[in-house]
Design a protein around this ligand. Structure first.
Ligand SMILES: Cc1cc2nc3c(=O)[nH]c(=O)nc-3n(C[C@H](O)[C@H](O)[C@H](O)COP(=O)(O)OP(=O)(O)OC[C@H]3O[C@@H](n4cnc5c(N)ncnc54)[C@H](O)[C@@H]3O)c2cc1C
Length: 376
């Protein structure tokens, strides 16, 4: 006999576990199916950054809500997730960026974000080790921060189960049954069939394939991003530094002392390849030392890569799809970890009450894709 649930979630990354937890909080019975292990996808490969400095209303509001959720996660979920308000500085090395940053700061302030545009000297006061050669200024948001993706996912998963839900690892969803335009059940690689009137595609880089199982085409394409982590040194409270120059990058000091970072490759490597290159490790080290010369003697411990799931406009697709009861929360680009808690909460709310907490049409399924946002 087919076992039935109120909802089935496909994917055990930040999106799947957060959505599952907030559904379980509303009393729904949920089954989460993960083909591998929790955090096996992009979530376990992210560099831990959490920011609210975005350039579109729904993204700013979502990110601010996520920060509110991260900051009381330990209290709500009973696990220290290494959340810290270590801040983010976006660095401007040319006049065009100065103009863009000042404009986005004005927009962010309209939503009550504690963000400011600072001179190069003021940036140096926050990060005394920062090399400010060529720096014109930067935006500083002290309530941005970082957390451990592993602990956050674990905390959501544990609490989902505490609330009476189930998680099955190591079983891949291979089919979705749709009858009369409505989802009915999923089939897995082990041959199991599970039924539910609501199914969520939270499959990250595999979202397009999972969408197609229900006959839904999603404009999501994975691309490879590499990352590295250094050995731990004394904690110096260095916030996430975002350097937008052609040879820039972004990195932060973890509260555990290591520096973790990545950069956007000049040439996109499409697909789910998670190989690493020598070029990245040498280049990233050079770029980090250019900004913080004191890092010169710090050893790199490890490098890896993972997928950004890209949509044409850089914003996620979080909505019910053209198939009734088939929802998606996909296309998270480089922001899925930070947006995950609030997106999980709002999608769960929408699935139960059919209302969004605010206008989230920027993330609508079937929208026409416009230009990419300024702070992508
Ligand atoms: C190098 C790098 C750095 C990043 N840094 C940051 C950062 O600092 N801050 C930030 O917010 N974001 C960052 N990101 C982006 C972030 O990691 C992703 O946006 C986010 O993790 C996406 O989460 P997800 O749950 O959608 O996908 P995933 O974590 O990929 O989860 C999807 C899961 O679905 C499972 N799955 C797929 N198909 C099936 C199936 N058929 N059946 C069952 N299970 C299935 C997969 O195994 C996977 O575990 C970074 C990404 C990379 C690669």
């Amino acid at each position: 006999m087919t076992k039935s649930y109120d909802a089935i979630i496909i994917g055990g990354g930040i999106i799947g576990t957060a959505t599952g937890y907030y559904l379980s909080k509303q009393g729904l019975t949920v089954l989460l199916l993960e083909k591998d292990y929790l955090t096996a996808g992009s979530t376990g490969r992210c560099i831990t950054g959490i920011r609210q400095q975005f350039s579109t209303p729904a993204t700013i509001k979502t990110a601010m809500r996520s920060v509110a959720l991260f900051s009381r996660m330990e209290e709500e979920l009973g696990r220290d997730v290494e959340w810290t308000n270590s801040g983010y500085i976006f660095l401007a090395h040319d006049e065009q960026k100065v103009e863009t940053f000042k404009k986005t700061v004005a927009l962010q302030k309209q939503f009550g974000l504690d963000v400011d545009y600072l001179s190069a000297e003021e940036c140096k006061k926050i990060v005394p080790m920062l090399n400010i050669d060529g720096l014109l200024g930067g935006t500083w948001c002290p309530s941005d921060g970082q957390a451990s993706p592993f602990f956050v996912v674990q905390a959501y998963a544990e609490n989902m189960v505490k609330n009476g839900c189930e998680i099955i690892r190591g079983d891949e969803v291979t089919g979705i049954t749709v009858k009369s335009g409505r989802v009915e059940s999923v089939t897995t690689a082990s041959g199991a069939v599970y039924g539910a009137p609501m199914i969520v595609n939270a499959a990250g880089p595999w979202a397009r394939e999972v969408g197609r199982m229900a006959g839904v085409e999603l404009e999501v394409e994975p691309e490879r991003h590499e990352a590295l982590i250094t050995e731990g040194v004394a904690y110096m409270n260095i916030p996430m530094l975002v350097d937008y120059r052609k040879e820039g990058g972004y990195f932060v000091q973890r509260t555990t002392g290591q520096f973790i970072g990545c950069y956007t490759p000049e040439h996109q490597v499409k697909g789910r390849d998670t190989g690493s290159t020598l070029e990245f490790i040498a280049e990233m080290a050079r770029r980090m030392c250019r900004l913080i010369p004191a890092l010169e003697d710090v050893a790199i411990l490890r490098q890896w890569s993972g997928s950004y799931s890209m949509t044409p406009d850089g914003s996620p697709i979080v909505d019910e799809t053209s198939v009734a009861g088939f929802f998606c929360s996909v296309g998270m680009s480089g922001h899925g970890f930070m947006l995950g808690p609030a997106l999980g909460e709002s999608l769960a709310g929408y699935m139960v009450n059919k209302t969004w907490p605010f206008d989230m049409s920027e993330f609508a399924f079937g929208r026409s894709f416009g230009a990419k946002e300024d702070l992508a």
